[in-house]
Design a protein around this ligand. Structure first.
Ligand SMILES: [Zn+2]
Length: 391
C-alpha cells in the first residue's frame, strides 16, 4: 500500500476547487442550561495552556465576550463557570476554552441525545458550477443563485458529522476531513470535545461512504487511530469496491490523479481498520434505532440512515445532495463526485420523495450549518428548508 504523501495532499486542492480557509465557523452553541455534564463524557479544553498562539488567545477573548453577552445559554456542557468569567489577562496567558466558537448543535430524537458536529466550512473562489452541476447550463445556475441572493463567483461547502448518544452506545456518523483538506476543516474532534465527549467515548462509527471528507478524520495528523474504542460500520459493497484491484472511477468527473488519490485513500483506510470493521448490507439491524438505507450512486455502497427512538425520527441524508439550492431546485443535476451520476440522481429523487412524503426532519452532511432541515416538493423539484434552532 502506497502511503499518501505531500504531493497527494496537494491534489486535494483540485477536488474542492482550490478551497480556501473559511475563517471562523460561527455555528454557535445552543446547549440548554438544564443539560448536565455526564461524568463519562468529560469535556476537556481543546487547547492546553501554552499551545495556542497569541492570535488564538485573542480569539478566545472574543469567544468569552460573546458568551457572557448571552449568559449560560452559550456555555458548553462541561465548561466551568470560572472559565466564562475569569479576567481577560488570565485568558491571554492560559486560555481554557476552544479558540473558536463551538461548532455543534444539540437536538433530541426521542430519548437519544444527538449532536451535529461541524467539521468546518470551506469556501472556494469559483462558481459552484461546474463542481455541483457539470452538465448544467451556467446561465441557469447563475439565475438560480442570483434569485436566492447567493454569490455567483464563490462557493461554500459545509461538513457535518452526527453524534448519537443512545445511552447504550455513542455513535458517530462519518468523521470529517481530518488533516487532508487544510485548516478550514478537520474540526470534528475539537467540536466533539466542546460538546462534552472524548474520542474514546465513541463506541461505533458509521461510514456512509469512503470519500475523504467522511473518512479523513479516522486518523490523527500523526496517523494514530483517533477513535480507539470504536467499531466501524460500513457497507460491504462500499468496502469491496474500494478494496478491489481496480475500482471503477470512470463516472467521476475529476482529473485522473484525483481519482487515484481517492482510490488509494479508500483502500489504505480499510486496510488500516481491517480488524475493526463490521461489514453490513442496507437493512441489516446491527444497532437498535438505526435503519441503514441503500443510497447507491454517489458511491456504490453509499448509505443514508433513519434514526428512530419511539415516535421521533431524523433522517441522515449523507451525500444525497451536496448543495442546498442547486440539487433541490434541479435534482437532475449531479456533482463531479458522483461515481454513477444517473443512479445518484435516481437515488436523490427517491430519498427526497420519502422525506417529503413522511415530513421527516433531516440532517444533511453538506447542508448549511447546522445541517438541520426539511425537504418539500415544489414545481419542478424540491426545496431545502433550514430548520430554525430550538424547535
Ligand atoms: Zn461528502
Amino acid at each position: 500500500m502506497q502511503p499518501l504523501n505531500a504531493n497527494d495532499h496537494s491534489k486535494i486542492a483540485n477536488v474542492y476547487n482550490e478551497l480556501h480557509a473559511a475563517g471562523n465557523h460561527a455555528l454557535g452553541n445552543p446547549a440548554k442550561p438544564s443539560q448536565a455534564a455526564k461524568p463519562t463524557h468529560t469535556a476537556k479544553p481543546s487547547h492546553a495552556a501554552g499551545q495556542v498562539s497569541r492570535r488564538d488567545a485573542l480569539r478566545a477573548v472574543g469567544l468569552v465576550a460573546g458568551a457572557a453577552a448571552i449568559g449560560s445559554y452559550a456555555m458548553p456542557r462541561g465548561a466551568s463557570a470560572r472559565s466564562m468569567t475569569q479576567p481577560v489577562a488570565d485568558l491571554l496567558t492560559s486560555p481554557t476554552e476552544p479558540a473558536e466558537p463551538a461548532g455543534f448543535y444539540r437536538f433530541k430524537v426521542g430519548s437519544f441525545d444527538c449532536v451535529a458536529l461541524s467539521d468546518g466550512v470551506a469556501v472556494s473562489s469559483g462558481s459552484p458550477q461546474p463542481t455541483f452541476a457539470p452538465d448544467a447550463d451556467k446561465a441557469d445556475i447563475d439565475k438560480l443563485l442570483s434569485d436566492r441572493y447567493l454569490p455567483m463567483d464563490r462557493s461554500t461547502m459545509y461538513f457535518h458529522t452526527l453524534l448519537i448518544d443512545t445511552g447504550e452506545t455513542v455513535v458517530l456518523i462519518d468523521t470529517g476531513c481530518g488533516d487532508l483538506t487544510g485548516p478550514a476543516t478537520g474540526k470534528v474532534e475539537a467540536n466533539l470535545r466542546a460538546a462534552g465527549y472524548t474520542p474514546e467515548a465513541i463506541t461505533h462509527i458509521v461510514i456512509t461512504h469512503a470519500h475523504l471528507d467522511h473518512i479523513g478524520g479516522l486518523l490523527t495528523p500523526g496517523k494514530a487511530k483517533r477513535y480507539a474504542n470504536a467499531r466501524l460500520i460500513v457497507s460491504r459493497t462500499e468496502h469491496d469496491f474500494w478494496t478491489s484491484p481496480t475500482p471503477d472511477l470512470s463516472g467521476l468527473r475529476m482529473p485522473d490523479d484525483t481519482k487515484k488519490f481517492f482510490a488509494t485513500l479508500g483502500k489504505s483506510t480499510f486496510e488500516t481498520f481491517k480488524d475493526s470493521l463490521d461489514l453490513i448490507q442496507p437493512g441489516d439491524k446491527i444497532l437498535p434505532g438505526f435503519e441503514f438505507i441503500d443510497a447507491k450512486g454517489h458511491t456504490p455502497g453509499h448509505m443514508s440512515l433513519l434514526i428512530t427512538d419511539g415516535n421521533d425520527v431524523v433522517f441522515n441524508l449523507a451525500d444525497c445532495a451536496h448543495h442546498f439550492l442547486l440539487m433541490f431546485a434541479r435534482p437532475e443535476y449531479s456533482a463531479i463526485y458522483d461515481a454513477d451520476p444517473t443512479q445518484a440522481v435516481a437515488t436523490r429523487r427517491k430519498v427526497f420523495d420519502r422525506i417529503a412524503a413522511d415530513r421527516l426532519n433531516v440532517v444533511g452532511y453538506h447542508m448549511p450549518s447546522p445541517g438541520f432541515g426539511n425537504i418539500r416538493r415544489i414545481a419542478g423539484g424540491y426545496e431545502w428548508l433550514p430548520r430554525p434552532w430550538g424547535l
